[in-house]
Design a binder for this molecule. Structure first.
Ligand code: PRP
Ligand code: URA
Length: 210
């Protein structure tokens, strides 16, 4: 089966993304928008979950219904900014487990530096959704997914809000079996490795650290 690379052009996502990009959007609104966009992204990224038939007794008869066929999910945010996407995802899949991977980009080299990794014990039985709002050079996502693959999960999908062409290419090349979902594919990276036009530093804007 061919892997999915999808830009989510739903009007609700695009509308919220436009407000998110605005440099005048407050920290509180930014955080809420990241949550809302993540929820809508997870809605789309879970549309291929397998289902099974069941019968449910309603007050008026028997309904032939469908439920999700016992799939176990895990969300793995790349700290810090990816954590901002987890609440939205958990709103839709409250039973999912959450792992954490801590990676920051060295400001000079732009290379990823890993400082933390804690994943669910049974990740080998789970479909994993890795979250990070920004895919810039792709170094952080490529590294995080490499770490997760060491634990042999059933599948991996990567969800970001904005991708740069450079990051998308790097991720596609390094992990040809990972589905990629994003809300916006931007123009290029600037000399400091920031996505243009992007939205600035996602972690700083979520947590108000600048
Ligand atoms: C940001 C972002 C990604 C990474 C993307 O994190 O959240 O993890 O940069 O860049 P890349 O694709 O070039 O690797 P940052 O390094 O700012 O760390 P933070 O979330 O702790 O602020
Ligand atoms: N990390 C961010 O938070 N923003 C960018 O534009 C690039 C990397």
């Amino acid at each position: 089966m061919e892997r999915t690379i999808k830009i989510l052009d739903h009007p609700l996502i695009q509308h919220k993304l436009s407000i998110l990009r605005d440099k005048n959007t407050s920290t509180k609104d930014f955080r809420e928008l990241v949550n809302e966009i993540s929820m809508l992204m997870i809605y789309d990224a879970t549309r291929d979950l397998p289902m099974e038939d069941i019968c449910v007794e309603t007050p008026c008869g028997t309904a032939r219904c469908k439920i999700i066929a016992g799939r176990k999910l895990a969300f793995v945010p790349i700290l810090r900014a990816g954590l901002g996407m987890v609440d939205g995802a958990l709103n839709l899949v409250p039973s999912a487990r959450v792992g954490h991977i801590g990676i920051y980009r060295d400001e000079q080299t732009l290379k990823p530096v890993e400082y933390y990794c804690k994943l669910p014990k049974d990740i080998g039985e789970r479909d994993v959704f890795v979250t990070d709002p920004m895919l810039a050079t792709g170094g952080s996502a490529v590294d995080a997914i490499r770490q997760i693959k060491l634990r042999c999960p059933k599948s991996i999908k990567f969800l970001c809000i904005i991708a740069a062409p450079e990051g998308l290419e790097a991720l596609k090349k390094a992990h040809c079996d990972v589905d990629i979902y994003c809300a916006g594919l931007d123009d290029h990276l600037n000399e400091k490795g920031y996505i243009v036009p992007g939205l600035g530093d996602a972690g700083d804007r979520i947590y108000g650290t600048k």
